[in-house]
Design a protein around this ligand. Structure first.
Ligand code: ADP
Ligand code: MG
Length: 246
């Protein structure tokens, strides 16, 4: 790890699903403590991009570097990479047969081989951060969607990742539960976490993003400050997309 290098660097990334060219040369640099929000229509390739960054998907061309290190296509490296990048999904993906604390210490004990006592200490620290200390013994099915997502964020944080990737973390939530998850994410950003966030929450993007990228048809058509993207986007496709949703 070289902390002088960008936290995440994506160069010329191409991805095909068989004949379907889904990522068409994506370039992106995320500096440490930056928050990049990716917006764009359904099917434009946002999830695939995040999944390629931590190698939940293979890709055919391009390079992803994490703090300056290439990630060779080797299982050992890939597992190490996944431990360095926390991922939060739309549908929480908690282990249903484990308590909240069990979910949170699973990675530290199984992947990092940490002693249980130490993992519990770290786990409780991050559960406190997301306001879930009183739920450590609860099972996922007894939680609200917002609580599940906050537990999932604590689980990712317990690995002490170098950056966090969020794929529409509030899209599956009832509207009244969106705020509590966004507020946890805003706190993380304020603490200096490096984040790539795919979201349709434009208020969050305006307030929290350093940079907003508009994705369309497998490319990022433009990057800019929230002010630039929302108030005077350069690309017509960006204007059309924002016109439909704002
Ligand atoms: P977004 O997250 O922006 O909605 P996705 O990254 O999910 O977009 O999808 C981009 C394109 O890739 C879509 O056309 C989608 O149908 C296709 N795609 C996504 N996942 C797969 C897959 N596992 N197999 C085949 N095609 C896929
Ligand atoms: Mg998606």
């Amino acid at each position: 790890m070289n902390l002088q290098q960008p936290a995440i660097e994506i160069c010329g990334l191409h991805k095909w699903f068989d004949e379907h060219h889904v990522l068409k040369g994506v370039d992106m640099t995320v500096d440490s403590s930056d928050v990049i929000v990716i917006i764009g229509a359904s099917g434009s390739g946002k999830s695939t991009l995040l999944r390629c960054v931590n190698r939940l998907e293979t890709y055919e061309k391009g390079v992803v570097r994490v703090h300056g290190e290439d990630v060779p296509e080797d299982e050992g490296y890939i597992n190490k990479l996944r431990a360095r990048l926390g991922m939060v999904f739309q549908n929480f993906n908690l282990f249903p047969h484990m308590t909240v604390l069990g979910n949170v210490i699973e990675g530290p004990t199984q992947v990092k081989k940490m002693k249980k006592k130490e993992a519990v200490e770290i786990g409780r620290h991050y559960l406190a951060k997301v306001g879930m200390s009183d739920k450590e013994d609860a099972y996922p099915q007894t939680l609200s969607g917002g609580q599940k997502q906050r537990a999932a964020i604590a689980r990712a944080l317990a690995m002490e990742p170098e950056a966090m990737l969020f794929d529409e973390p509030t899209s599956a939530l009832d509207p009244e539960l969106v705020g509590e998850v966004l507020s946890v994410m805003r706190n993380l950003a304020e603490d200096g976490m490096t984040m790539i966030v795919v979201t349709h929450e434009m208020g969050f993007a305006r307030e929290v993003a350093d940079t907003v990228g508009f994705m369309d048809g497998g490319s990022i058509l433009e990057f800019g400050t929230p002010e630039a993207i929302f108030n005077h986007p350069e690309q017509q496709r960006t204007q059309e997309f924002l016109g439909q949703i704002l």
